[in-house]
Ligand binder design. Structure first.
Ligand code: MLT
Length: 219
């Protein structure tokens, strides 16, 4: 039995769409990314938990020592805790892992990235917006992410998550076989409309959500 998370679940209203696991940024909650999920994949099922770590009252997915410096042991423990919850929630709702795509912003994108690296097979893909390489100084294991599709939106002027972090994450995922689409933009730690439009197009054409030709390999 996994640890429960406060969450919102909205069932799919259209067939053939991926199910989105929505992972909010620091200080937000399970309601924050619902509109984004609807915009990125209209008709998709949405599973949106709330981070269980409190930083002076702000919800997060894992502890950090200060901005940009993560407690990596906590990243690992919390990633498994979230992954266990998602495994149970997906089974309960009849969601196949081959159809499950994380959408995360900032701290939520970081735990989504950690989930890809630490729990291969749980997610078929991910939209990572303002993400860093979550294990920081540690080299992730050589897991096989063949068939996993990842869209990375990263700002070249991001001072919270420097672009080198997003590029390092793209390299780590690509070196493990993931199909990575990197969308760099000139902005900062934000969700610019052109990047969201690109993420939506990518989701529409990625084959995620019942039409993935490599679905047998993902999980
Ligand atoms: C993190 O702590 O995950 C990143 O620094 C982004 C943030 O949440 O501020």
């Amino acid at each position: 039995m996994s640890t429960p998370f406060h969450h919102v679940f909205l069932p799919a209203t259209q067939p053939g769409r991926p199910a989105l696991l929505l992972l909010h940024g620091t200080g937000a909650d399970e309601h924050d990314l619902i509109d984004l999920g609807r915009a990125l994949a209209p008709g998709a099922a949405l599973l949106s938990p709330r981070g269980r770590v409190s930083e002076n009252g702000a919800n997060r997915w894992f502890r950090r020592l200060r901005e940009g410096v993560f407690d990596v042991d906590d990243v690992i423990a919390r990633t498994h805790e979230l992954a266990d919850f998602v495994t149970d929630a997906a089974a309960e709702r009849g969601i196949a892992h081959q159809d499950l795509v994380a959408v995360g912003f900032s701290n939520g994108a970081n735990i989504a990235a950690a989930t890809l690296l630490l729990r291969p097979g749980l997610l078929a893909g991910a939209v990572l917006l303002a993400a860093a390489a979550p294990l920081q100084g540690r080299e992730p294991d050589q897991v096989d992410l063949t068939g996993t599709r990842v869209f990375l939106g990263a700002g070249r002027a991001d001072t919270v998550t420097p672009i080198d972090q997003a590029r390092l994450l793209a390299d780590q995922l690509g070196a493990r076989g993931a199909d990575v689409r990197m969308a760099e933009h000139p902005g900062g730690h934000a969700l610019p409309a052109p990047v969201l439009a690109a993420a939506r197009d990518w989701l529409d054409t990625s084959g995620l959500g019942g039409q993935n030709p490599e679905r047998g390999r993902a999980g």
